[in-house]
Structures are given as structure tokens and as C-alpha cells.
Ligand binder design. Structure first.
Ligand SMILES: C[S@@+](CC[C@H](N)C(=O)[O-])C[C@H]1O[C@@H](n2cnc3c(N)ncnc32)[C@H](O)[C@@H]1O
Length: 259
């Protein structure tokens, strides 16, 4: 909205106000700029508060220096995974396909330590599909996740070899971050979707950078059974389009953000 003033008339948008006070001399205060500045400062304050809560939570879960675990998952995405797990109900069950050296596992696990939940991790820990080539990453993974080891069920096999007994479900949150080819992502999603709780969430990493992942997300949304909930950087999450028909007790409000 623009405000133009002269001695006798103020025009606010399309409205004319004959009795308006005369404008003061000098440049008009740039109100939209001030508003934006205040919003930005509040946003920064909230970000710092969130950051403090997250670090404290990681410390309480027993983690020291998780920020230095090598990963391709960005800090904003790791924080979002933590939040998605925090929004799970008490005693939540979470599934992760693709754990690598444990960065995402630690953030999910720290939240589950507070929610009293458990996490099943599926990986070969042979580093398939990773840019640096195949190698055994299991020992490093185990060292990194040690503080939450008692909450983890580790399934060391290829996702294509999983049996129903390996991942019984139902899961409140599934995080897919294994092989990002179309065929593999489709297979992983088809495998887990029936194991997702009524109001459960499926999160995909590399949704924007990997054609295979975005292709599967597109198909899931196009079939009308899944609805996009939110996206942060290269992480997006969805849940069943009819989730709100689940029992009122199990309804959970999730954030829908893409700053
Ligand atoms: C992108 S990394 C996971 C990153 C991890 N989520 C993080 O935040 O650091 C992909 C992982 O998927 C695993 N992987 C690749 N293909 C797989 C398959 N077919 N079955 C199981 N694990 C697989 C790799 O061993 C690797 O550890």
C-alpha cells in the first residue's frame, strides 16, 4: 500500500481522506522496509532459539560433535528430520533407508530419545551409489551412533532384499535416502508405503537434485493418494491425502515450510 501526502489530502490506496493531518516535511518513513526488517529480526531470533534447542537436545541424547559427521545432508535438512521425528507420537517407530555414516540417524535418534521411540536403519554400509566409491562404513557408523545404539535396529542388507519381517511397521516416519535411481526409489517407496501409519510421514532426500526421486514423488502426488506437506532445501515430506480422516487422537499438525 502506498501513501501519498500533501497539505490537505492524504491518499491511502484509492481512499481520499480530506481531514488528514498535513504531512511532515522530509522523506516519508519507509514503513514496508521497517516491517520487513522487524520480521527478519524476529525470524533470526526464532532460528537462533531453534538452533539452541536442537543443540541442547543433541547434547542431552549424549551426542558430542555430530556436526562433524561427514554427510551430504544439509544442516537445515538434518534439523528438519529432527523436527519431523519430534512431531511423531510417543513411542514412535521410524524407518530410515540409507544411513551412511549416521548423520541423519543421529538427528532422528536424538528426537526419538525424547519421544521414547525406536529407529530401524537399512543400509549395506558398503557405500554403494556414493561418489567416493564402495568401502566398508559400518564401523564408522557404529561409532557415530553409539549414544542411541539401544534405540536402533540395524538391517545390514540391500533394500531390494528386505523381507516383511525386516521392516514390520507400522512406521510413523519413513526417511528414504538410499539408492536414488528411479527404479530403486520406486521400489523403496512401494515397499514402505503400506507400512506407513495412517497419519505417518514419508520424507525423501534429494527430491530436487535427483530426477529419479522427483519422478517418484511426482507419481505419488499424481495418483492422489499422497499429499505434499513440506519442503526444506532438498528434503520434502508427504503423507496420505486422506490422513485427516484418521482418528482425531492421532492427528498431528506438521509444519509446511520452504523458507
Ligand atoms: C546418501 S547416503 C545416505 C546419507 C545419510 N542419510 C546421511 O544423512 O548422511 C546413501 C546410503 O545408501 C546406501 N545404499 C545405496 N544403495 C543401497 C541399497 N540398494 N540398499 C541399501 N543401502 C543402499 C549407501 O551404502 C549409503 O550409505
Amino acid at each position: 500500500m502506498t501513501i501519498e501526502s500533501n497539505a490537505t489530502t492524504s491518499v491511502v490506496g484509492d481512499e481520499t481522506t480530506p481531514d488528514a493531518k498535513p504531512a511532515q516535511s522530509g522523506p516519508a518513513a519507509p514503513r514496508p522496509f521497517v516491517g520487513r526488517l522487524v520480521r527478519l529480526m524476529l525470524r533470526r531470533l526464532c532460528d537462533r532459539a531453534d538452533d539452541y534447542v536442537l543443540r541442547r537436545s543433541l547434547r542431552l541424547a549424549g551426542f558430542r560433535g555430530v556436526e562433524s559427521i561427514p554427510t551430504y545432508t544439509m544442516p537445515s535438512e538434518l534439523a528438519t528430520l529432527y523436527n519431523l521425528a519430534m512431531w511423531c507420537p510417543p513411542g514412535a517407530r521410524v524407518l530410515e533407508i540409507g544411513s551412511y555414516l549416521g548423520a541423519s540417524t543421529c538427528y532422528l535418534g536424538a528426537a526419538l530419545a525424547h519421544r521414547g521411540g525406536t529407529l530401524t536403519c537399512v543400509d549395506t554400509w558398503q557405500n554403494q551409489t556414493m561418489p567416493e566409491g564402495e568401502r566398508d562404513t559400518y564401523g564408522e557408523f557404529l561409532r557415530n551412533v553409539a549414544p542411541i545404539h539401544d534405540r536402533l535396529t540395524l538391517v545390514r542388507k540391500r533394500a531390494e532384499d528386505l523381507t516383511p519381517a525386516d521392516i514390520p511397521g507400522p512406521y510413523d516416519l519413513v526417511f528414504l535416502d538410499g539408492d536414488h535411481s528411479y527404479a530403486a526409489t520406486r521400489r523403496d517407496f512401494d515397499l514402505v508405503r503400506e507400512r506407513v501409519a495412517g497419519d505417518g510421514v514419508v520424507a525423501f532426500h534429494d527430491c530436487a537434485e535427483w530426477e529419479g526421486v522427483s519422478h517418484v514423488i511426482g507419481e505419488a502426488l499424481a495418483c492422489g493418494q499422497w499429499a505434499l506437506v513440506g519442503k526444506v532445501d532438498n528434503l520434502m515430506w508427504m503423507r496420505r491425502a486422506n490422513w485427516s480422516h484418521a482418528s482425531p487422537q492421532s492427528r498431528r499438525e506438521l509444519p509446511s515450510v520452504d523458507p
